[in-house]
Ligand binder design. Structure first.
Ligand SMILES: [Zn+2]
Length: 167
């Protein structure tokens, strides 16, 4: 029995969710705070734009952010996996099993765990401590430090340069 727990769309949903609380110019934002924008956000990612899905994602988000930052234990994710179940179907040669996940919060938790196993350490917080974003490093050397080279990478480089030239 081979079971696919999470695919690229689930990983993208996870990373996007983790990154919905950016700090811009020192001010914390929440891209899921406003109901209309949040519904569009859900629809764009193939999630049913319902109050229940939105509430569940808002609830699991800080827990997952804490776990990825190493500030919370994975046990905190307990309770977000209700409704995940195995569904058998009879095929020509026997049974096929499929994981049924109706809940978007469960989807991102499963995606987090699948990445933990397949790509350990590659989902991590941006090295810019003033940035609250996360990155998923798919590069071979696995040395990416910034959520975005264009934003945080250059900002940190400029800061180091500024310090060097001052001293
Ligand atoms: Zn960053």
């Amino acid at each position: 029995m081979e079971l696919v727990v999470a695919g690229p769309a689930d990983e993208a949903l996870l990373l996007d969710l983790l990154n919905t609380t950016p700090v811009i110019d020192g001010v914390a934002h929440d891209e899921l705070a406003e109901s209309r924008a949040a519904r569009k956000w859900l629809r764009d990612r193939g999630v049913a734009p319902t109050d229940a899905q939105l509430a569940a994602l808002r609830e699991v988000r800080p827990v997952l952010q804490g776990v990825v930052r190493g500030e919370a234990k994975p046990a905190a994710l307990h309770g977000f996996l209700d409704g995940v179940r195995l569904e058998p179907t009879v095929s020509g040669s026997g049974l096929d099993w499929r994981l049924a996940v109706d809940d978007a919060a469960a989807r991102v938790v499963l995606a987090w765990d699948a990445l933990r196993i397949s790509s350990p350490g590659r989902l991590r917080p941006c090295a810019n401590t003033e940035c609250r974003l996360f990155l998923l490093d798919r590069s071979k050397p696995n040395t990416a430090r910034w959520c975005s080279m264009a934003v945080c990478g250059n900002r940190m480089k400029a800061r180091r340069h500024y310090r060097r030239t001052r001293t």
